[in-house]
Design a binder for this molecule. Structure first.
Ligand code: NAI
Ligand SMILES: C[N+](C)(C)CC(=O)CC(=O)[O-]
Length: 337
């Protein structure tokens, strides 16, 4: 008879999610930097480490660029960019951390090694979350003695504005660690989906990737330009998706008959050859078409301009849909400020 799987020991977190004061961000690029900005704005002390030689200057620039948006959202009492400490080593960054967020490059071996190093260095019981956008924790936690405290905490760019975090454990993760992380993110102001099993691509990326695959096919075949693809979403379904997800949105397409009528009416057309499903070859021509299309769509705006524009727009949408303190959405969708 096969021996039963040993019970996963629950990590003994150093404190309750509500009592966390110090967070470590390891890997401080687009996402690690965005996490650092978020935690600072929420009033945490943040220690960060990133091996790149220019990492500290880059991180401080990113946090400073995000700060006006965070001020518009409302800073927690005592929140300050001065509470960011960039350390010279990984061990120093995680010493004394009550939560660790790993945001290193999306390479499986690198993540495995780094999570093992973080496990060796972090205080006993401190939960360690990976920002991975796709690797199952089961694949990343192999060989780490403290695997029970490793979870996925998948954010959305920029983590200081987009509320969603998808939280899921691996086969060796203690359910208590998943619960603790979910509660911590909620306390830290995030909107959390806690998944009870590992699903390829989690939920939101699975959906985004389907859309992205179709978009690449259309560019590759000359069926639509980058600009048309973006406008088709921002001027179309994207407006509805900020208010209601794709399911309820389509239920309304069925009129008074709701989703049942929608499925009777349009369900059979799902078999039409609209979708290609297989990813297109990301060859040089497609690569260049997408990059050139984005340059053209940016129409002279720099990345910093686009980040500021996106941040303003997302805050306006959050406010208009009643998702910020002090803003209440009315029945007409107009926000009372
Ligand atoms: N960019 C995005 O939109 C999103 C990315 N993610 C995930 O976040 C993670 C980080 O991605 P990005 O921030 O986009 O990448 P990035 O390339 O902007 O930043 C990665 C950072 O990690 C640093 N780094 C390199 N080796 C390291 C190591 N051994 N230990 C610690 N840090 C190391 C690099 O110097 C760099 O600053 C990835 O797992 C990615 O899948 C998740 C959600 C969205
Ligand atoms: C591009 N990406 C797959 C890394 C994106 C994400 O994982 C989430 C996001 O921010 O859209």
């Amino acid at each position: 008879m096969p021996s039963p799987t040993p019970p996963v020991p629950a990590p003994c977190a150093p404190c309750a999610p509500e009592d966390v004061r110090r967070v470590a961000c390891v890997g401080a690029g687009v996402i690690g930097g965005g996490w650092a900005a978020h935690f600072l704005a929420r009033g945490y002390d943040v220690t960060a480490w990133d091996p790149a030689p220019d990492a500290e200057a880059r991180l401080r620039r990113l946090v400073a660029a995000a700060w006006p948006a965070l001020e518009r959202l409302g800073l927690a009492e005592g929140a300050s960019q001065d509470r960011l400490t960039v350390t010279g080593g990984l061990e120093e960054a995680v010493a004394g951390a009550e939560f660790v967020q790993e945001s290193a490059p999306e390479k499986l071996e690198l993540k495995r090694d780094l999570l093992a190093r973080l496990d060796a260095a972090a205080p006993a019981g401190t939960v360690i979350a990976s920002s991975t956008s796709g690797y199952p924790m089961t694949d990343m936690q192999t060989g780490t003695p403290g695997a029970a405290r490793l979870v996925v905490g998948h954010p959305f760019n920029p983590p200081y504005l987009i509320p969603l975090v998808e939280v899921v454990g691996g086969e060796l993760t203690a359910p208590a660690a998943v619960e603790w992380a979910s509660r911590f993110y909620e306390v830290a102001g995030k909107s959390v989906i806690t998944m009870d099993r590992e699903v390829p691509g989690f939920i939101a990326n699975r959906l985004q990737e389907a859309l992205w695959r179709e978009a690449l096919h259309m560019v590759a075949n000359g069926e639509a330009t980058v600009r048309e693809i973006d406008a088709s979403i921002t001027e179309g379904p994207g407006l509805r998706w900020a208010v209601m997800g794709p399911m309820l949105t389509f239920a309304l397409a069925g009129g008074e008959g709701g989703m049942a009528h929608m499925l009777d009416h349009f369900g059979p057309s799902l078999k039409s050859p609209w979708t290609r499903l297989e990813a297109p070859e990301l060859d040089r021509a497609l690569y260049e078409a997408v990059v050139a299309g984005c340059d053209e769509a940016a129409a002279g705006r720099t990345i910093a301009d686009l980040v500021a524009e996106r941040d303003r727009g997302v805050i306006d949408v959050l406010r208009a849909t009643g998702r910020l303190p002090g803003a209440t959405a009315t029945a007409t969708g107009e926000a009372a400020r």
